[in-house]
Design a protein around this ligand. Structure first.
Ligand code: FES
Length: 157
């Protein structure tokens, strides 16, 4: 077992886990951050997407060692203070989820896109979001939600 110090959602966490433990298990099993989901475990679905220094990363295949040394990890729990990120509001307004399982990964991936390109067109959104799978097929509502988020501010009414 090795002791690692991680910075997650602006808080320092110290965990003792086996070398090579995937970041996803550290988040879910050791720190209770269960918003990040396990889908495939082989970097194919994107349900486990978190940000490391603002870049979307599949936490299921990221060994914990890759997330240390002061790197900033952001999970869905840390995306906004009051679940009020424009994407989170838009997700509700568009009623994007069906079963909901992949949606934190979808939102985290979309957030990384908007950080890089605040005004992507529909084709650019489609291309970027192609990396994250939804078994319910909510893709059209996800695209709508991202477009809604671009047209800020979003009222919850
Ligand atoms: Fe990580 Fe599917 S669980 S990509």
């Amino acid at each position: 077992m090795v002791v690692y110090t991680l910075k997650i959602n602006n808080e320092k966490h110290v965990v003792e886990v086996d070398e090579g433990t995937p970041l996803l298990w550290v988040l879910r099993e050791h720190l209770g951050l269960t918003g990040t989901k396990y889908g495939c475990g082989i970097s194919a679905c994107g349900a486990c997407t978190v940000h490391i220094n603002g870049t979307p990363v599949k936490a299921c295949v990221m060994p914990v060692e890759g997330a240390v040394d002061g790197k900033e990890i952001t999970t869905i729990e840390g995306l906004s203070k009051d679940n009020d990120h424009p994407l989170q509001k838009a997700w509700i307004k568009a009623q994007a989820p069906q079963c909901g399982y992949c949606q934190s990964g979808q939102i985290m991936h979309a957030a990384a896109l908007l950080d890089k390109n605040p005004t992507p067109n529909r084709e650019e959104i489609k291309q970027y979001m192609n990396d994250i799978l939804c078994r319910c097929g909510t893709y059209l509502r996800i695209l709508d939600a991202i477009e809604m988020a671009i047209e800020k501010p979003i009222s919850m009414k």
